[in-house]
Write a new protein. Structure first.
Lengths: 260, 316
């Protein structure tokens, strides 16, 4: 049993660990819908990866970055609000992704696994890749922590104080795209945002500093992965949704506590 | 608002007030540029090198010409005040100096902005809003601008008269408190140039006196240039070396006294504004003056301007 469960467990923990600080930034910067849009685009990336026979991760990161660039370009026009644009892009890319996957001939592709994750199918190679990715992302965030936080508090003050705002914002996008690519296998494109947003939202009520919030979000995320996997194993429920429900349950529990 | 604190922000502050050359030397040291020997010894001679030079700049925002052919020089140790009615482009000019707005660059006629290399800028915007989801105390907020020992942040807050707010969440501050904290943040950076957008807003007259007193002290200690934005010439007279009267272009500029006698100034602000007997150096003015009274203004440029302001101007 342990040989079966260990790779999914380690893979899930890697994703949850990074989702803590990353999710905190998504919450602080009000990027939940933005993250969701990138995640929807990830399905298109996965389909392209299959069609072109290149690595799923490379294809997803490329498509996410392309989407982020396109969105920031689109947001320069002022007639339509940001969330309208995100709604258009998110569902267009999702539709395109589903069509692209359905057009794949030869191999049978499990669409459900991409939409809701298939953690139990990950192998040791994925685990190593995810942990390397997780450590790289965490180190980059730690290194750029003050810059990332400064542009989150106020971009103009940050710029006046000599922080490269554009570059830092780009770094955040890149890290988010990397995380989404890694998280597809855990919870699937439709539930990735929940793994980002829910633990961070729960941590808000428990903490007093940005760093605390990021760390506690990581802890709550890993706890959700553990609980979700356990439920999935014993009750035979799908893994991705089980993890999300576990995270939501923790959030509901934090609501019982008086806000910090 | 109490500005009673006389604690020195810099350890060198006291010495600096005694010997200006020494102060300059210490300040260069404080900016971690010890490897440049020349400014350490020749600092006093470099005092006049401008920090920021704006040369015949035009700025168009969203299709509107906000600034046209504006020039400005900010030198160390000088306090410059931008005055002008609403919509005159004061904030845009300040943001141009800060690098947050770029000059028009169509066919190279938009002018140029040059900054001294390695210029450290402290900026106090009117207000900023931090998202409620971010648990951020005033102390952490200051740390973002200048990571260092807690004592330096405490001293900066004390200077700005808000030491008691250090452990408060930034979202819980009132507008006036936030402004003080932003001032502390700007001071903490030991700036070469300090830019303050409407620092006197939401502050009572006694507070304003204290504020301008503080700015002078800071200028003397750091030897920095200060750029202020104000609606109101009266408030800043005593603390200002140079006034620039702005109405999309520079109407008039010079010492406060000369500006208050300039016909262009009266044309802009209406008759009776800034008469010399205003008790300028005591800040004892009443709030019924008509500095913001109706002023119809048409200049040699083709634009004309009508500035409405009903009732006496209020400073809070």
């Amino acid at each position: 049993m342990i040989e079966l469960l260990l790779p999914p467990l380690l893979a899930g923990l890697a994703v949850a660990l990074v989702s803590g600080p990353m999710g905190a930034f998504v919450v602080w910067r009000r990027m939940a819908f933005f993250g969701d849009t990138l995640a929807h685009g990830a399905l298109l990336g996965a389909a392209l990866g299959l069609a072109l026979d290149i690595s799923l991760y490379v294809a997803v990161v490329a498509v996410c970055l392309g989407l982020a660039a396109a969105l920031s370009g689109l947001q320069r026009q002022r007639q339509l609000a940001g969330d309208t644009l995100l709604g258009i892009v998110a569902h267009t890319t999702l539709a395109l992704g589903v069509i692209a996957i359905s057009l794949q001939t030869g191999i049978q592709v499990d669409l459900f696994a991409y939409l809701f994750g298939d953690l139990l199918a990950v192998g040791w190679q994925d685990v190593i890749g995810l942990w390397v990715g997780a450590i790289v992302i965490l180190l980059l965030m730690l290194w750029q922590w003050r810059a990332l936080l400064s542009i989150t508090v106020n971009e103009e003050l940050a710029q006046v104080e000599g922080i490269a705002v554009q570059r830092t914002r780009l770094l955040l996008m890149l890290l988010l795209a990397l995380l989404i690519a890694g998280a597809i296998r855990t919870v699937g494109v439709l539930l990735i945002t929940s793994l980002l947003v829910i633990p961070a939202a729960s941590a808000r009520r428990l903490t007093h500093t940005p760093a605390q919030m990021a760390a506690v979000a990581s802890v709550l995320g890993t706890a959700s992965v553990l609980a979700g996997l356990a439920v999935s194993w014993f009750a035979n429920t799908p893994v991705g949704p089980s993890i999300v429900v576990a995270a939501s349950s923790l959030f509901v529990l934090t609501l019982l506590r008086k806000p910090a | 608002m109490i500005f009673a604190s006389r604690y020195s922000l810099l350890v060198t502050g006291f010495i600096a007030s005694l010997a200006e050359p020494l102060q300059q030397a210490c300040f260069v040291q404080a900016t971690e540029r010890q490897y440049i020997i020349a400014p350490l010894y020749f600092g006093p001679f470099l005092m006049s090198e401008p920090l920021v030079t704006v040369q015949s700049v035009s700025v168009t925002l969203g299709g509107n010409a906000v600034l046209s052919d504006v020039s400005l020089t900010l030198a160390p140790g000088r306090i410059t005040t931008l005055i002008g009615p609403n919509g005159a482009g004061k904030s845009t000019l300040a943001r141009l100096v800060l690098g947050l707005v770029q000059p028009d660059n169509g066919n190279g006629s938009g002018g140029t902005v040059s900054r001294r290399k390695g210029l450290r800028v402290g900026y106090m915007p009117q207000h900023i809003k931090v998202d409620d989801s971010l648990p951020l105390t005033v102390d952490r907020f200051l740390w973002l601008a200048a990571p260092g020992p807690t004592a330096s942040r405490r001293a900066a807050l004390e200077r700005a008269g808000v030491a008691h707010l250090r452990r408060r969440g930034v979202q819980q501050l009132s507008g006036g408190e936030m402004q003080r904290v932003l001032l502390a943040r700007a001071l903490l950076r030991k700036p070469d140039l300090l830019v303050l957008d409407e620092p006197a807003q939401g502050v009572d007259v006694a507070g304003q006196n204290a504020l301008y007193g503080l700015l002078k002290t800071v200028r003397d200690e750091l030897g920095c240039a200060i750029l202020l934005i104000s609606h109101d010439l009266h408030l800043v007279m005593a603390a200002t070396d140079e006034v620039i009267c702005l109405q999309r272009h520079v109407c008039c500029s010079g010492s406060p006294e000369s500006v208050s006698r300039d016909p262009a100034y009266h044309e802009l602000f209406g008759p009776g504004a800034g008469t010399p007997n205003l008790a300028l150096y005591t800040h004892d003015h009443d709030h019924d003056h008509d500095l913001h009274g109706n002023a119809t203004h048409s200049h040699e440029h083709s634009h004309s301007h009508h500035h409405d302001h009903d009732g006496p101007c209020n400073h809070d």
